[in-house]
Every structure is written in C-alpha cells, then in structure tokens.
Design a binder for this molecule. Structure first.
Ligand code: ARG
Ligand code: GLU
Length: 717
C-alpha cells in the first residue's frame, strides 16, 4: 500500500514537473541533456545539433531577426521568408496609397519582378555565439559604483565587437545574460535587400484587429511573405535591381499534417525581454503605479485617434499602425495586472523572498554577500518608480508616443546644436536632408486636428499626474492659462504644416535657427528636454545603475539558492528555443478553450457593423464551397492553434516546429489569461498563439492565386 502510494506520488511529481517544464527560453548553443531529455519525452525526434550547430547547416540558419523587433524564417532555397502580417505592416503600409491600398486589398507579386523593395528593412542571421564572460569580468571589480561598472563593461564590449567585426567583416554584439553575470558575443550577418512578396488583406492578416488582439479564440491570418536578395556570391548587398535571391544554408520544410493536442512544438526566435527574477517590489510598482497611469494615458489617446479613424478613411490609413502600436501594450498591461493578481504574484514573490532570506541567514558569508539585498531593493524601488514614471510620461506626452508635432520639433534639436557649434556646412546640409526625409514620412501620416486633440488631452494628463517639480518651464510660466497656451502652440508652430516646414528646411541658413528657437512647439520640446536633462535623466540613470547592481547580485544569489534547478536567462532579444505542447486551457471556471480555431469561426464572427470583423467576399465563397484544397482537415479549414510554449514580444513571426523539425505554424501572439508570463509563468494559463501554416498556404494558393510560390517550398504531405 505504502509502495503504491509512493509510486502514485512519484508519478504525480513527474506530471507536475512535466507541466512546469515548458517554462523557459533557452539559449540554443547551450541546450543540454536536461532540455533535450524533456524535449524527447515530449516527442521531439531530433538532436541539439539539428537546432544549433556551427559545423553543419542547422535550424538556426533558417531563423532571422526581421527588421528591428520580429522574427522570420526561411521556407525555400530561394530566400523566401514568412513572418507575421503585423511585422510586415510598416512595409505594406509604406507601399500603400488610396489608389494602391495594399493594406486593404492585400498584395501579391505574381513574379519575382513584381517583388517590392523596402529601403531600411533588414534581416539578421546569427552565425555563431561565444561566451566572453571572463574577458568582460576582468575589467570590473566589486569596489566600482554601478555607473563605473556599466562604463567598464560597455567599453570592453565595444572593444570585443570592433575586434570581431574587423576580423570577420560581420556584425558583432556583446550582450549581458543573467543580469550581467554572463556575457555572450553574437556574430551576425545582416542582409539589406528584403522585398515584399505577398500579404493578405488586413481583413484577413489583421482579422479581429485590436478587438481580438491578445485573445483566444483567434482567427487572424497573421502572415506576410518577403524574400531576401543577395549581391555577389550570395553575400549581403544594398538594394540593386539585379541582386539575386539569397540561398540559405537551411530552410524549413512545411508539414501539411497539422497539429493535435499533446503534440510537441518548438519555437526558435527572438524574445525581447522578460523579468522573471525581479523582486516583489518590482511587481508592486508596475501593478500599482506605472501600469494604471500609462493605461489611463493611452485610453485617452486611443479614444481620440479612434474617433478620427472612424470619421475619415484617409485618417484610418494614416493612423492604423500608430493605433495598433499604442493599443498593443495598453491591452497587454491590463492583461498583466489581471493575470498577476489572479496568480497572487506579489504574495508568491514575498513567500519566495522569505525563504530566500532565511537561506541567506544560514551562512555568515552568504549573509554578508546577499543578506541586505531585499532591504536595499525596498528602499530603492519607490524612488526608482517615481523617476521611471516621469520619464515614461515625457515619452507618452511629448515625445515618442505623445503629441506628434512636439515630437517632430524635437528632432530639430540637432540642427540647432550643429549651427551653434558652427559645424561644417556639409554636415548641416546632410542633417537638413535627414530631417526632410523624416518630415516626408511624418506628414504622409499626419492629421492636425487629431494631433491637436491629443496634445490638449495629454498635457492635461501631465499636469494632473506629475508633481510641479517635473513641469517643463513653459507649462510653469503659463500655469492657470494652459488652455490658452496650448492653443497658441498649435496655432503658431510650423510643425503642423508640411509646406511651412519644407519651406523652412529648403531655405535653411544659420540665421534661421533663431526662428526655430522661437517656434512654440520647438520651444516646448527644448524645455522638456532640458527638464529631462536636469531633473530626470541623471537621477534615473543613477537609480538604474544601482538597480542593475542589485539585480546582478540578486540573480547570482538566486542561481545559488536554486542550485540543481535549471534557471534560464531572461529574454534579451537573442535567439532562444522554447518547447511545449499543443494544448487547450480553462480560462474560467467551467469554460474550456479548444486548441484550434477554423474558418467556421471567421464566418461566425463576420459582421459588417464591426470594422475588425469584415470578412472578404472571396473568403466567404471559398468557405461556402469548402474549396480548401489539400490544406483543410475533415471539411474544415484550420486557422490558428495554441500551445504551451513560453514566448514574448519579438517572438512574433517565429517558426513553430513539430517533432520532426517541420514548420507547422507561425507564432504571433499570446492568450489574454497568460500575458503576465513576462513576469511570472503560469503553466495552466499561458498559451502562445500561432497561425496554422496550412491556412497561410490555403490563402496563398486559393485566395490569392499565387500558388506558384508553393512550388519553391518543400511540402511534407
Ligand atoms: N499582440 C501581438 C504582439 O504583441 C500582435 C500585435 C499586433 N496586432 C494588433 N492588433 N495590434 O505584437
Ligand atoms: N505579437 C508579439 C510580437 O510582436 C508576440 C506576442 C507576445 O508578446 O508573445 O512579438
């Protein structure tokens, strides 16, 4: 009896272990027996060498950073890439006008000649990585302040990068792992001629839009196709008409067999950042101070932009990408607060910290090294939070995510500085050109009435939420008359009027700087910058350096405290492998979500009254006629599926790979109940959402009539 009991207990323990095992974003080069054993147990049939090798072609050679923040993978020997629609969105938008509206109608090159170049768009391959911890750590010691240490690390990293680049002609980046306890050199190859091959209409590629974003069940055909072009000998080259399709070392075969509950899946990609090892204080400031305020700010912004977009189709195109960008984090923040609360995350962290503290006290040396960490954190966080919030507000109100004209004006600071420092005329002329091209893209997507409403609402929010000591000078001097002040800014500034700004730049002379400095939008931007430089930046930098010092020690301590367990390093936008299984989940009591959605669900959502739920006629016809070709399954057309892979922002576009190493999906999102996984992973609620690759093939072939593209792929039937 006792024996039986203990074996039940044992299998229970193993089951629990298996469940939790799917948490983790692993460094491909360091996949070890621990990982491979689990992967094999979950069904994987290949080896670590098949994933990452520097001696032979491996999967890592088929996965790239797409642009600045997404992942993409190669699916043909001729450089064909698949990523998400939302990752290709900017490129698709840039080729779109009211006449050729590829966002609305989709775009399909019917031959290689028709593929569209995208200046500025790059893809980045990982050639190899190397541990350089020892070399970096010889440059630092325990007596350094946080800031000194950061400088020393930065300098040595730059040195390693420059040496490597010089030796190899490749791009080299040194990045910290485990909060600066380990450093890796990443050697990368960047291709610069990347052309748009195809994109479904937004009504498919963005189906469900921001209404369904971060949610399951999902019905988005979130993919787009690009092709990498190379110059001589398959090497990177700037765009040139006669560049040839790039031939990769490896590309993914595509399986038409689909996925079923319990199937092994693996994702290789570029997760951006996670914060799994932070103290409870970190969760507290996010959940109680930072997120709620940022959510409020963005709610205001989104309402204003939405009103503009609903009223005018031109504004809809102009603001679509901005809206999606703002709304994406806004919604995730809300989900994170909810998820962390449901998990009782702060309490969990506190319990863990209690055990940690006890452990530090068990040993005098440990106590000396780590005993005061948590107390130091407790002291640091409120102050850190105050400056972090101020810095966020400056960005959200005036700069990157804020009032657009002020943000544009801010870019002109460079011109003022150069002129005042009497820079060469050449240099100034160059800067004028840079600004012109910035203004060109700015005014393409600019609507003054929308921006002015944003400005007024945001400045009001700034005034109510920030202490007076963080007011920019102009706000202080117009106090009590802010309304009038704001009218004056938008009434007088040239930064709301394309003709005026171009006129100014065309006739730019050193003497004209005076006029610029008097422009009220410029003056405000300069005030805000001064405020940041004087009162916020330096303090935030100091506090951040101090926090980094604590983070590094706390991470080192946690690695010791958890000896024997495998702790993966937080995401840092380097290539990672995560594995899991296809599985549904129970979002609420008595509700079960299946693992898969189908075209039936798209048709069910169809609603002409809701913009996000318009279904194109042709898709309805294909559905009615059940014209799914070889891509459907039992009379249904699969669309998306979920699995337990631990992913985050940056993993968009990542390949979802089955037990045999074949591509079965393209990752694009996470489910609402699990978005707190960046801070705490919950194995029974966290699910990544992927496009079923068969839906993409069906759309390319049956919907777009671009079936010729499938010929270069390797389809496994
Ligand atoms: N939530 C996904 C990600 O974080 C998709 C975002 C794009 N889609 C959107 N509707 N905003 O990037
Ligand atoms: N949509 C995200 C991206 O663009 C992926 C979703 C997530 O955060 O997991 O990378």
């Amino acid at each position: 009896m006792k024996k039986l009991f203990s074996s039940i207990l044992l299998s229970l323990l193993i089951a629990v272990h298996l469940l939790r095992a799917d948490e983790g974003m692993w460094i491909p080069m360091l996949l070890d027996q621990f990982n491979i054993d689990i992967m094999h147990r979950e069904g994987f049939r290949l080896t670590a060498e098949d994933i990452y090798s520097i001696n032979k072609a491996s999967m890592k050679d088929a996965v790239v950073i797409f642009g600045g923040g997404c992942t993409a993978e190669l699916i043909s020997p001729d450089g064909l890439l698949i990523t998400n629609h939302h990752c290709g969105y900017r490129s698709i938008q840039r080729h779109s006008t009211l006449e050729h509206d590829y966002l609305t109608h989709g775009f399909w090159a019917m031959s290689r000649k028709e593929e569209l170049p995208n200046p500025g768009l790059t893809v980045t391959f990982l050639k190899r990585m190397e541990d350089v911890t020892e070399r970096i750590l010889t440059k630092v010691n325990d007596n350094m302040t946080g800031e000194e240490r950061a400088r020393a690390v930065r300098e040595e990293s730059r040195k390693i990068e420059q040496e490597t680049s010089k030796r190899t002609g490749l791009k080299a980046v040194v990045k910290p792992f485990y909060m600066g306890n380990q450093y890796f050199l990443l050697v990368q190859k960047v291709y610069r001629d990347v052309r748009l091959v195809g994109a479904p209409p937004s009504a498919i590629g963005k189906f469900g839009g921001d209404t369904d974003n971060w949610m399951w069940p999902r019905h988005t055909g979130d993919f787009s196709l690009f092709r990498i072009y190379a110059g001589k000998e398959n090497e990177p080259a700037a765009y040139a008409e006669d560049n040839q399709p790039y031939h990769p070392d490896y590309f993914f075969p595509i399986s038409l067999k689909g996925v079923h509950p319990g199937d092994f899946t693996m994702i290789i990609g570029y997760p951006g950042s996670t914060y799994e090892y932070v103290p409870s204080y970190h969760l507290k400031i996010l959940m109680q101070d930072i997120y709620p305020k940022l959510i409020d700010l963005r709610t205001k912004k989104l309402n204003i932009i939405n009103a503009g977009m609903s009223a005018d189709p031109k504004i809809r195109i102009q603001y679509a990408a901005k809206y999606a960008g703002l709304s994406n984090s806004w919604k995730r923040w809300k989900g994170e607060i909810r998820g962390l609360n449901k998990l009782n995350a702060i309490q969990r962290k506190q319990d863990y910290e209690y055990r940690f503290l006890q452990w530090t006290h068990e040993d005098p040396q440990r106590k000396e090294k780590y005993g005061s960490l948590l107390a130091e954190y407790r002291k640091l966080y409120p102050e850190y939070s105050r400056y972090l919030l101020a810095s966020d507000f400056i960005n959200e109100v005036f700069f990157r995510y804020g009032a657009e004209a002020i943000h544009l004006a801010h870019y002109f600071t460079s011109l003022v500085e150069m002129t005042e420092q009497q820079a060469d005329k050449d240099k100034i002329d160059k800067e004028v050109e840079v600004l012109k091209s910035r203004c060109e893209s700015f005014f393409r997507d600019y609507n003054k009435p929308v921006d002015e409403k944003l400005f007024v609402a945001l400045v009001n929010m700034y005034e109510t939420n920030m202490p007076r000591e963080f007011y920019p000078l102009s706000l202080l001097s117009w106090q009590g008359k802010t309304g009038k002040y704001m009218q004056r800014v938008y009434g007088k500034t040239m930064f709301v009027d394309s003709a005026k700004v171009f006129g100014y730049l065309d006739g730019f002379t050193a003497a004209a700087v005076k006029k610029l400095k008097k422009d009220p939008a410029y003056a405000l931007a300069a005030d805000v910058q001064r405020l940041y430089d004087d009162k916020i930046g330096p303090e935030l930098q100091r506090l951040t350096a101090e926090k980094n010092r604590l983070d590094r020690l706390y991470m080192a301590a946690q690695l010791e405290f958890n000896k024997g367990k495998h702790l993966y390093p937080d995401a840092n936008f380097t290539m990672r492998v995560t594995y899991g299984q296809v599985r549904g989940y129970e979002p609420r009591d008595a509700v079960y979500y299946r693992f898969q959605t189908t075209l039936n669900g798209v048709i069910e959502k169809d609603n002409p009254a809701i913009y996000d739920y318009h279904v194109p006629e042709k898709l309805k016809t294909l559905f009615r006629e059940k014209d799914f070709g070889p891509y459907g399954e039992n009379d249904r057309m699969p669309v998306c599926f979920i699995a337990t892979n631990h992913t985050t922002g940056g993993n968009s576009g990542s390949p979802v790979i089955d037990a045999n190493g074949y591509l079965v999906g393209v990752n694009f999102d996470r489910a609402w109940e699990g978005v707190m996984s960046d801070l705490m992973f919950n194995p029974d609620q966290c699910r990544n959402i992927s496009l079923d690759i068969r839906y993409a093939l069906f759309l390319i072939d049956k919907y777009a009539g671009a079936g010729y593209l499938l010929k270069e792929m390797k389809l496994i039937r």
